[in-house]
Design a protein around this ligand. Structure first.
Ligand code: PMP
Length: 369
């Protein structure tokens, strides 16, 4: 039976149907083990095989250079907001780090980091978050432990088209790629560390992937909890404690799906076409739909927009969401901090599904404009 609901949720989000089907076939018994992955010891050779294969697929699909380690952790992106400062503070003699705040998630990361070090915001955050300031306005600190940015702001729909250029090249660049990992080509080598939760583009919640340059390991502050200590986890091949075995397995299946779809370049082309289907309707609506984000940094993954003008008309927005639900399109409500509508178009959302939304938007406008 084919599913009919189209899930535009921001995360946990749609997982490719082929992946769910494969998981279903293997649910009771994984290969010839006689048991489910859910029941498998994280120290068994079978699970070790799943971990190694997942890492290999990730390295291939993201072209991760050899000088980087891949860690499978828990605690989500939010755990990394604390782990990054605790593990990397050693790089700064003055105990400070640079943060580029371009949306709600980098703002949260900066707030959490303040518990552990001095946070220097490299520019005054633009509120509402609709634009990334030009290079000339970024003020870096030569003694920063690292420069932190969020590659795609899930709530605000602000996405970096390229990693930011740094002034001081010995300062490592840190990226939160939770909501755009493997949706577009991304140069890991320009970074010291990148991390992502897997619940948007890579499967289920529970797994947090950290990709870290080897020279940054082994200098965590002494108070760092072992579960957030990169070196401790690396030494134990990411089984310092019980890892989220099923989430890792699902990520392996999603990575196989990505490979079979032609990899990140093919997905990027598809994602550009998908987001254009929505942005084109917004831009051709003479203000009926309104997306506040500057053209230079509009996200391919999360598209926030208002219905009924710049500030949105709450009645129309309610009708819009209800009408969409009647047509089996769900989870379109914008984040409570920005309101309106948000369409999340992660890798698993197809062009056909996106077209269904854009057609609905056109019809809704004809009816209510
Ligand atoms: N960073 C980004 C960009 C996110 O979108 C999210 C979650 N939506 C987080 C971090 C936090 O992730 P988690 O809820 O897994 O801690």
């Amino acid at each position: 039976k084919k599913r009919t609901v189209v899930n535009f949720g921001p995360g946990p989000a749609k997982i490719p149907e082929e992946v769910l089907q494969k998981a279903q076939t293997e649910f009771l018994e994984y290969e010839h083990t006689g048991i489910s992955v859910l029941e498998m010891s994280h120290r068994s050779p079978e699970f070790d095989g799943i971990m190694k294969e997942t890492e290999k697929l990730l390295r291939d699909e993201m072209s991760i250079p050899n000088e980087f380690e891949v860690l499978f952790l828990q605690g989500g992106g939010s755990g990394q907001f604390a782990a990054v400062p605790m593990n990397l503070k050693f790089k700064s003699s003055s105990g400070s780090a640079d943060y580029a705040v371009t949306g709600s998630w980098s703002a949260k990361a900066a707030d959490e980091a303040k518990r552990y070090l001095d946070v220097n915001k490299v520019f005054t955050p633009m509120k509402p978050y609709t634009k990334i300031p030009e290079k000339s306005q970024w003020k870096f600190n030569a003694d920063a432990a690292y420069v932190y940015y969020c590659a795609n702001e899930t709530v605000d729909g602000v996405e970096f088209q390229q990693p930011p250029e740094l002034k001081y090249h010995n300062v490592p660049l840190v990226a939160d790629i939770s909501s755009n990992i493997l949706s577009r080509p991304f140069d890991v080598a320009k970074h010291g560390l990148v991390f992502a939760g897997t619940q948007k583009n890579l499967g289920a919640a529970g797994l947090t992937i950290v990709i870290v340059r080897k020279d940054l390991l082994g200098h965590a502050e002494s108070y760092t909890p072992s579960v957030l200590n990169y070196h401790e986890n690396h030494k134990m091949n990411s089984v310092y404690n019980t890892p989220p075995v099923y989430s890792i397995y699902l990520t392996k299946l999603v990575l196989e799906w990505i490979r079979d779809k032609g990899g990140v370049h093919a997905l990027y082309e598809r994602n550009k076409n998908k987001s254009a289907l929505i942005y084109d309707v917004v831009d051709d609506s003479q203000g009926f739909y309104y997306c506040p984000v500057d053209l230079s940094c509009r996200s391919n993954m999360n598209i926030p927009f208002r219905v009924g003008g710049r500030d949105g008309n709450s009645d129309l927005e309610k009708k819009f969401i209800q009408g969409a639900e009647k047509l089996d399109m769900i989870s379109l409500k914008g984040h409570r901090s920005v309101g309106g509508i948000r369409a999340s178009l992660y890798n698993a959302v197809s062009e056909e599904e996106t077209r269904k939304l854009s057609e609905y938007m056109k019809e809704f406008m004809v009816t209510f404009k």
